[in-house]
Design a protein around this ligand. Structure first.
Ligand code: PEP
Length: 247
């Protein structure tokens, strides 16, 4: 059975300008000999520029979303193929800000995963419960339902990752205890193995939600945590690098 290779991904969200290429370069220069794969996910319009800035580095560039169709009359949207053409290697799909702000269902996320596969992008599929669901003791049920609903069987044998991001922990400074993180990650692992057999054991399961330099080591060393999806703390190279080094 293959151990998951950890992945630490920075989600810049709607932040960054052309000048952010310097920040990306600083990340590439600082990652040293980490055993993690490191990714930065800038806004789509910066994909090409950041890919060029990282051309000779091991840092991967990712998108933050992609349409489920390959091309067509979808004003304002970006296809997975366009991201790949601009240099992206992976794409975040089903982030809670898409699920909540754009009413993306598991079915929509599943179709987007298929589009990513057609374009040769590695999907990083996000799941996570809201505060209401957390307080009602439904985290386990919600997250495993999202995993089953968002992952098509076509993923078997192809690289992909899961991001467990409790919605109430994103950008709030609040995090679950490491025990709670471990419990949900184990439930996700069991679900992955149930769906994909032994292949499910080597899928990295990232934790996301208020990861910062001060809590990164504890979270990254929690059982079943295979890396981190980092929002706010990924915008400054030095903070992001502290998180990478905490592994
Ligand atoms: C995110 O939105 O993916 C995220 C984890 O944000 P933050 O680290 O800012 O909580």
């Amino acid at each position: 059975m293959r151990e998951p290779v950890p992945l630490i991904a920075g989600n810049w969200k709607m932040n960054g300008l052309a000048s952010s290429a310097a920040e990306a370069k600083a990340i590439a220069e600082g990652i040293g000999g980490t055993r993690a794969r490191v990714a930065v996910c800038p806004p789509a319009i910066l994909t090409h520029r950041i890919s060029e800035a990282l051309a000779d580095s091991p840092v991967i560039v990712g998108g933050q979303d992609a349409h489920w169709d390959d091309a067509g009359a979808f004003t304002g949207d970006i296809s997975a193929e366009m991201l790949a053409d601009a240099g992206a290697k992976l794409v975040i799909l089903g982030h809670s800000e898409r699920r909540q702000g754009y009413r993306e269902t598991d079915e929509v996320v599943r179709r987007k995963v298929l589009a990513a596969l057609r374009a040769g992008l590695e999907p990083l599929v996000c799941v996570g419960e809201t505060l209401e669901e957390h307080d009602a003791g439904q985290a386990h049920a919600v997250v495993t339902r999202q995993v089953r609903g968002s992952l098509p069987p076509e993923l078997k044998g192809t690289p992909f990752a899961i991001g467990y991001e409790p919605v109430w922990a994103i950008g709030t400074g609040r995090t679950p205890t490491c025990g709670q993180i471990e419990q949900i990650h184990r439930a996700i692992r069991d679900t992955l193995v149930d769906i994909f057999g032994e292949d499910g054991a080597s899928v990295p399961i990232l934790y996301g939600g208020s990861v910062k330099p001060s809590n990164a080591a504890e979270i990254l060393h929690t059982a079943e945590v295979g890396g981190a999806l980092v929002g706010g703390a990924s915008l400054k190279a030095d903070e992001f690098l502290e998180i990478v080094r905490a592994l």
